[in-house]
Design a protein around this ligand. Structure first.
Ligand SMILES: [Zn+2]
Length: 362
């Protein structure tokens, strides 16, 4: 978009040139308009969740839920800022034009729960293995003669997205970072400890983005940017709705009230894993439950808009709703960070490796 804008500016400088150039200009504007329209069509899931400021706030508030006993290096001013900065990182990956990265990264930011029905899949029985889930969808496509997801450039049409897997996998990578940090702290060099600490900070930052995304209910629904399909209640179909919820509302009214959100937060707590071993991968089940809670708020959010309560003129109820969502994201993030630290077992493989290294050195 920036490039189109720039082109427009450059052309407007040429306004006093000859008629041939004017003809060229109008032709170019026509092409630009077509290109812009095509971009809008292709950009079905290019909408971002919370804008960068909202993601930073979620991270900042989540850091405040951590106890005094949490590793101190995380809570230095420098690392707090790094974690706030990383809140925007997976969205920066979305800015790339390379289709392979978009194919990999974009669906990690959403989970359109309604799409499961077409595959006859239910949230209660989803596999926590990402590729098993892909196989389940492929099998259903063959059995139910569903359309292949080739209808857009990213080959993701009709795809629910991978947000629950993404959050759980990034959570497990954070657990791994805490696991090897523990071992380096007793058997490693100063450089190894510093590197492992830097990785913990990085992993906390990357995980944060997807947890924050999930707190924006429009990232859990096929109605992610205006209501689609049958619309008996007459909800908005505006293609600006998503960005209004992401940050437009706050920009048009006033910034979120940090104190009001903080009041809704509790100290970070341990997340429980289900007793069944089959469901015991990381925090997949807790993540699914968390996403479904936000999904249940999709219609109430559209209702708020319909009754004018998400507007500049009467913003109180909308503001309260969005505060609650920012709090939900911060709380879940704090809980996941805390649980990853508490639950991380020592990295046994690394222990053996470092013990052998020590023996060789002696
Ligand atoms: Zn995102």
């Amino acid at each position: 978009m920036v490039q189109l804008g720039k082109t427009g500016e450059q052309l407007s400088v040429a306004d006093n040139l000859g008629s041939i150039q004017l003809l060229f200009m109008s032709a170019w504007r026509g092409i630009s308009a077509i290109f812009y329209a095509t971009f809008l069509c292709l950009s079905s899931h290019l909408v971002q969740a919370w804008d960068y400021e909202r993601h930073r706030l979620i991270n900042d508030l989540a850091l405040d839920t951590l106890p005094q006993s949490f590793p101190r290096f995380v809570l230095t001013a420098e690392n707090r800022e790094r974690i706030r900065f990383l809140a925007g990182e997976p969205d920066r990956w979305r800015n790339t034009r390379d289709r392979a990265l978009r194919h990999l990264n974009n669906p990690d930011h959403y989970f359109d729960v309604e799409y499961l029905a077409q595959y006859e899949l239910k949230t209660e029985t989803l596999s926590h293995f990402r590729y098993r889930f892909v196989e389940q969808m492929a099998a259903a496509r063959a059995r139910l003669k569903l359309e292949l997801p080739e209808g857009n450039t990213d080959h993701l049409k009709g795809h629910p997205g991978f947000m629950p897997w993404s959050i759980n996998e990034h959570y497990l990578k954070l657990v791994s970072s805490f696991s090897y940090l523990q071992v380096f702290k007793t058997m490693g060099t100063q450089e190894e400890i510093a590197n492992a600490q830097a990785n913990v900070v990085y992993r906390m930052g990357i995980l944060s983005h997807f947890v924050g995304d999930a707190a924006q209910p429009l990232h859990t629904t096929e109605h992610f940017n205006g209501w689609t399909g049958e619309n008996p209640k007459g909800y908005t179909t505006s293609r600006r709705f998503h960005s209004w919820v992401d940050g437009g509302f706050f920009k048009a009214t006033s910034d979120p009230d940090r104190a009001a959100i903080t009041k809704q937060l509790n100290p970070a707590a341990l997340l429980m894993r289900p007793a069944s071993r089959d469901l015991a991968s990381g925090q997949f089940q807790a993540v699914i439950d968390y996403i479904l809670e936000q999904h249940r708020l999709v219609e109430p959010l559209y209702q708020l808009d319909k009754t004018g309560k998400l507007s500049k003129e009467t913003p109180a109820a909308g503001r309260q709703f969005l505060h609650q969502q920012l709090a939900a994201g911060s709380q879940m993030l704090g809980n996941l960070w805390f649980t990853a630290w508490k639950e991380a077992p020592p990295d046994r493989f690394l222990q053996v490796y470092l013990a052998q290294r020590k023996l060789k050195e002696e």
